[in-house]
Design a binder for this molecule. Structure first.
Ligand code: ADP
Length: 374
């Protein structure tokens, strides 16, 4: 049987393992936390550090194929494993471009896809050379995730407290919509593209509020989004699954924000809403099977379930029974013991052919369901 490994054991790994149960594959997970969401769903769990050369290399050398659920892994070990014949999807060459935001922005420029104007800086002091860029978004080159490592610089006064590390300074886009396009690409270069997802951001909290798929956007914006995302994925030159995050601005221009070389939060609805989920699809790519069908069975919305503010401790899901009593609503709890403010603890998928019903249930669920500490 094919031996397949995942670096990282969070919720993405967990849902990937749920899909793996349908295929003839033996699954391996490398992760430091023995209580992580993936620990009890894989065939073989290895406790280890995904940033350590030795841990990743020793884990990977027993495998036929290896994937990641987080970008921040030991890249040198992946290069060596690839040289020794282990299939690494996404390829280390693609990961190298993506895991550093400077390299990623330069890549978009080289392949001539639209992305916001930017300069790169080595430290805080260099920011003062780029006053003309304000207001700008400042993003550290490595190690940021979920908005950590991203800050808005409005005036020169903000330079004083800005991140002091290698970074990208990019012009603010007047965002109308944040979109995501998930695309799978196999060894033959064939692609399967999911419907564009509308990531609706709560402007006040600066947090993802909910997601809708298919996105509610004019056809010409959709075509641009798909064309740009497809170009990015093809130019990365690697089998795997990729989520291309885009902005549509107030003039309906499309800009690439960033790409994730893996399954992505914006595709979780695909488990129930599409014929082949993003997790099923990645197995098809890794096991070299035909690509699946990305079409929707029904339109969907996702609400992320995050830890309530000021609650830290053993997770308790208030209102879960009421949500489970609702029709066409699917609960995913990630199995994390401890909740923390803002920690992703689960998600809820809602299916309906009526956009109004999706929105109504999104709001109901946000009011009913809370992750608190007991
Ligand atoms: P992360 O990788 O941590 O999620 P992102 O690059 O996606 O960071 O940035 C987080 C959020 O910041 C985006 O979802 C968007 O709302 C905002 N943002 C990022 N870049 C820009 C930009 N150039 N203009 C306006 N808003 C931006």
């Amino acid at each position: 049987m094919i031996k397949a490994g995942i670096l990282g054991g969070g919720q993405l790994g967990r849902m990937l393992l749920q899909a793996a149960a349908n295929y003839p594959v033996e699954t391996f997970v490398l992760e430091n936390d023995t209580e992580c969401p993936s620990a009890h769903l894989c065939h073989y769990f290895t406790k280890g550090n995904i940033n350590s050369f030795d841990d990743v290399y020793n884990f990977g050398k027993q495998l036929d194929v290896l994937t990641i659920e987080i970008e921040n892994v030991n890249y040198e070990a992946l290069i060596k494993l690839e040289q020794e014949g282990v299939k690494i999807y996404p390829k280390p060459s693609a990961l190298k471009i993506i895991k550093n935001k400077i390299a990623q922005k330069q890549f978009y420029k080289t392949i001539e896809v639209p992305t916001s104007d930017f300069v790169t800086t080595n430290n805080r002091d260099e920011l003062t050379l780029h006053k003309d860029f304000l207001p700008a978004v400042h993003k550290i080159a490595e190690g940021g995730y979920d908005g950590k490592g991203v800050e808005i610089l409005k005036t020169e006064l903000d330079f004083e407290h800005a991140f002091d590390s290698a970074a990208v300074l990019e012009k603010m886009v007047e965002i109308k919509k944040e979109l995501s396009v998930i695309i799978a690409i196999n060894e033959k270069g064939q692609t399967a593209i999911y419907n564009t997802v509308d990531m609706v951001v709560d402007k006040q909290l600066n947090l993802l509020s909910y997601q809708l798929s298919p996105a509610n956007i004019p056809e010409k914006v959709l075509w641009k989004a798909e064309a740009v995302a497809l170009k990015v994925v093809k130019e990365l030159n690697s089998p795997g699954i990729f989520a291309v995050e885009l902005f549509a601005d107030v003039n309906d221009n499309i800009f690439v924000n960033e790409t994730a070389p893996r399954v992505h939060n914006s595709g979780h609805h695909s488990i129930e809403a599409c014929y082949s989920s993003q997790f099923d699809m990645l197995w098809r790519v890794m096991l070299n099977y035909p690509l699946g069908n990305t079409e929707h069975i029904l339109p969907a919305a996702i609400v992320n379930l995050v830890g309530e503010a000021e609650n830290m401790g053993n997770a308790h899901y208030e209102g879960l029974e009421d949500v489970l009593a609702m029709d066409n609503v699917f609960v995913h709890i990630y199995g994390k013991k401890l909740t923390k403010p803002g920690r992703k603890m689960g998600h809820i998928t809602i299916l309906s052919k009526e956009p109004q019903e999706l929105l109504h249930k999104v709001n109901q669920i946000k009011n009913i369901l809370k992750v608190t500490a007991k």
